[in-house]
Design a binder for this molecule. Structure first.
Ligand SMILES: Nc1ncnc2c1ncn2[C@@H]1O[C@H](COP(=O)(O)OP(=O)(O)O)[C@@H](O)[C@H]1O
Ligand SMILES: [Mg+2]
Length: 381
């Protein structure tokens, strides 16, 4: 047996998707072949402390059974931004824990938005998934849509608003003029349908703005699209591949938080029942969306197929999609011939490839050597 790769699997975190992350991480760890990988669990508490050790795995076991907040387990570690420190540093002292690659199985704020990616870049560690820029753009629904629009990718109509910056009457006029009702009001930076509401008439706008604005003062308001919802999984770096298409059939008015995580009422159909050309169109659009934000590693691209027009519209890209055993992302790959364990293998290989390419970058300008007398260079100082 060759040397096993040490993979720090990071999970939990301060985001509203803490619990989903615990379930995703449990599935990822269960699919990392112990012959090839040594897992270093890193549990980030809801308050933000980083802990490791076998006790940290207990958090994952408990998360399968209970939805209540779980106190942090394990000994505290920190990741210095200094690449010479040798990896994770125990807060109580002792030798650093070296890691070969990091798998941040974190969704939402501080996990999927470029912040932890920035820390991992500073620490010079290879990590799974998108880099700083793609993560940040993928997290901001307004900038994401602008990037798609600039790449010629069809998206629905939207406008940007700031909670508290404009009167409800003025906002209602803008919505009426640019989008019409019903519309969807969303926090620009969040996920898991948190803070999102469907507003059927101007009277409902104030409550929706207050609700979304509590999560992020920057809001995105979209024209409601009447149609079916589909998702495509993308995997790769420079030559990404697209999975088969899956359809989400919400059990409620829209695919909200309860549907996703509590009642699990939404039905998933893989592969989706679609004409071949429509499915092919979605798959190629998924790759264009991936490239439009400079994504690497993985992403799930979500679509609407508009009922009245048969138009394919991109709803959003998720750079760290749900990874639980029942999540769409691994299921789409499974249906495309790539089982969960092979998928995590590939993700780790992609992380290391990306890191190797980036490590070869020249970070500073080296002036061309030229003959000059010591006196001349002295004079220039
Ligand atoms: N413009 C829209 N038209 C119709 N349904 C929408 C629209 N925007 C969101 N939805 C519904 O709300 C769900 C969550 O919205 P989404 O933008 O995907 O947020 P999140 O990032 O939280 O997943 C979607 O899956 C869809 O069911
Ligand atoms: Mg979504």
């Amino acid at each position: 047996m060759g040397k096993r790769l040490r993979v720090a699997v990071v999970y939990g975190g301060r985001s509203g998707e803490h619990e989903v992350s615990l379930r995703s991480a449990a599935a990822v760890i269960a699919n990392l072949d112990p012959e090839r990988y040594e897992v270093v669990p890193v549990a980030i508490g809801k308050e933000g402390s980083w802990r490791t050790g076998p006790e940290s795995l207990e958090v994952l076991e408990r998360a399968q059974r209970e939805l209540a907040p779980i106190p942090p387990h394990g000994h505290e570690v920190t990741l210095p931004p200094d690449p010479t420190r040798g990896g994770l540093v125990p807060v109580a002292g002792g030798p650093p824990i070296a890691v070969d690659v990091v798998f941040p199985v974190l969704h939402g704020t501080y996990g999927e938005d470029g912040t932890i990616q920035g820390l991992l870049e500073l620490a010079a560690l290879p990590y799974v998934g998108a880099g700083v820029l793609a993560s940040a753009i993928g997290m901001d629904k307004a900038l994401m849509k602008s990037a798609f629009r600039d790449a010629g990718i069809p998206v629905g109509r939207w406008l940007v608003a700031h909670a508290g910056a404009e009167s409800t009457a003025s906002l209602a006029r803008r919505v009426e003029a640019e989008l019409g009702f019903p519309c969807f009001v969303k926090p620009a930076n969040l996920g898991s349908s948190v803070g999102i509401s469907k507003v059927k008439q101007p009277g409902g706008l104030a409550a929706a703005v207050a609700e979304a604005g509590a999560y992020d003062p920057k809001l995105v308001i979209e024209a409601a699209i009447d149609g079916r919802e589909f998702e495509v999984a993308v995997l790769g770096n420079d030559e990404p591949e697209a999975s088969v298409v899956g359809e989400l059939v919400p059990s409620r008015e829209f695919y909200d938080y309860a549907d996703k995580y509590v009642e699990q009422g939404a039905r998933v159909v893989i592969p989706a029942a679609l004409p071949e050309t429509t499915a092919a169109g979605m798959r190629s659009m998924a790759l264009r969306a991936f490239r439009a934000i400079d994504c690497t590693g993985l992403a799930r691209v979500d679509f609407f197929l508009e009922q009245a027009t048969d138009r394919i519209l991109v709803n959003e890209i998720n750079t760290m999609p749900g990874f639980t055993a029942i999540s769409m992302y691994p299921k789409l790959w499974e249906a495309s011939g790539l089982p969960f364990a092979a998928l995590v293998d590939r993700l780790i290989a992609l992380a290391r490839e990306r890191h190797a390419v980036r490590s070869r970058r020249q970070l500073s300008f080296t002036p061309p050597a030229r003959a000059s007398s010591p006196a001349a260079s002295q004079a220039r100082r």
